[in-house]
Design a protein around this ligand. Structure first.
Ligand code: PLP
Length: 422
């Protein structure tokens, strides 16, 4: 009934694959099957204790806060970017939103612009463009180039499509690949963006989870055209707190103001106690730095372990630099997979889940071709609190990983055994 009034921009949207895989996982769990959860990209680590304490301290604060966010928080974030990246943002050009996802969506709505997305990319950018009725274009990246966008690929696209204003979302360390760009690569991409006046939304939500703590922002090389997106969800383990940040350059102040207008008519402002707690998080004092160093060490060691296991089993993927993902490629087994009636990445994920109990997501959800046998694993099925505590006393090596990240280790071994038995 009343279906004729459905907005055609959303008609094609379905529930995300994460939910599909969750439903299938829950069905298996209800039958008593042990399920290994490499599907959902959620931080395994707890929110650092001092940040939780701060949230408790401010639980009584009940008033609405300014639309752009608490002034003190915006100042702290501006000085965080100054200290960590040498970038200058005015506090009035910092926006606090209920997750960076919402801020990226509002930016897409406010900008009248074509969206460029390297493929693979995170699941939500393209559906957001659809909702906002914006044109979007995938630029295919290759496993041989470590799934990184090459400057010549961007140049080729831009020089043939000069009419529209373009916005590109560049995410590094990357979900789903775990790869990041080095300084030289960022400089080269920045030059192309400057030449064609491409606005860059630089999604650096995993920046602090560069496994070596060496994250560099493209804004250093293209400050006038780069918006830096981040938040508490990943490095601070606080996805459910819903706090995202946008740092907008002076040249795009009008965007900050118009985004604030949209925010004022929609979400109003982020929850007050969460904003007060975030001040403590973005202060990056010794306790937070220590928490981050241990988080990175665990992730780096685990990702090295997974990479070597997968490589031995001829499941290919370039070695991760950050975050907690791998885009793994089963193409070596394509004939055998087809022989088993598996033709798409979606069928591959369903079959592995049924046969082994390991849940992960098809590459198709990240913009890869449906018939390419790629899939994303999120190596987060372990008790991050225990692992972080243990990392204070024990050396983080393979034995540590086997002891404290055993579900993820077993899941990786199950995937390898599955392909070897094909
Ligand atoms: C690449 C990327 N960007 C943005 C987000 C959104 O994060 P949030 O809305 O929690 O800030 C995610 C969450 O999974 C992500 O993986």
């Amino acid at each position: 009934m009343f279906e004729k009034c459905l907005n055609m921009n959303v008609a094609e949207l379905s529930l995300s694959a994460t939910l599909e895989i969750n439903e299938k996982s829950n069905e298996l769990i209800s039958k008593g099957v042990k399920v290994y959860k490499l599907g959902l990209g959620q931080s395994p680590f707890p929110v650092p204790t001092p940040v939780v304490e701060e949230l408790k301290r401010y639980a009584h604060v009940k008033d609405y806060l300014p639309v752009k966010g608490l002034e003190k928080l915006r100042e702290v974030i501006a000085s965080y970017y100054k200290k960590s990246q040498g970038l200058s943002f005015k506090p009035e050009n910092i926006l606090i939103g209920p997750g960076s996802k919402e801020l990226i969506f509002i930016a897409q709505l406010v900008l009248y612009s074509e969206l460029i997305l390297p493929s693979p990319s995170w699941v939500s950018y393209a559906p957001q463009a659809k909702i906002a009725a914006r044109k979007y274009t995938w630029i295919d990246t290759k496993e041989e180039s470590e799934w990184l966008l090459l400057p010549e690929q961007l140049e080729d696209y831009c020089k043939d499509h000069t009419f529209n204003q373009k916005t590109m979302i560049l995410n590094y360390p990357n979900n789903p690949t775990g790869k990041t760009y080095n300084e030289v690569q960022l400089k080269e991409l920045a030059e192309v963006c400057r030449k064609y006046e491409v606005i860059v939304i630089s999604d650096e939500i995993y920046g602090e989870l560069d496994h070596d703590g060496n994250h560099v922002s493209i804004a250093r090389f293209y400050p006038e055209g780069t918006i830096v997106s981040s938040g508490l969800s990943k490095w601070c383990g606080a996805g459910g707190w819903r706090l995202g940040t946008f740092a907008i350059p002076e040249s795009l102040s009008w965007l900050a103001d118009k985004m604030a207008s949209v925010a004022s008519e929609t979400f109003t402002s982020v929850s007050a106690p969460i904003q007060y707690a975030a001040i403590r998080a973005f202060d990056f004092d010794d306790e937070i730095v220590d928490y981050l160093e241990r988080s990175r060490e665990v992730l780096r060691t685990l990702s090295d372990f997974i990479h070597s296991k997968l490589t031995q089993a001829n499941i290919t993927t370039p070695k991760a630099d950050g975050a907690f993902y791998y885009l793994i490629n089963f193409s070596f087994y394509k004939d055998k997979l087809k022989g088993r009636g598996i033709r798409t990445s979606r069928e591959l994920c369903r079959r592995v889940l049924e046969d082994t109990g390991v849940a992960f997501l098809p590459g198709d959800d990240f913009g890869r071709p449906k018939d390419e046998f790629t899939a994303r694993i999120a190596y987060v099925d372990f008790d991050g609190e225990k692992a972080l505590e243990a990392a204070k006393k024990e050396s983080v090596d393979e034995d540590f990983i086997r002891k404290y990240c055993s579900n993820t280790v077993v899941a990786t071994e199950k995937i390898c055994d599955w392909v070897l038995s094909l």
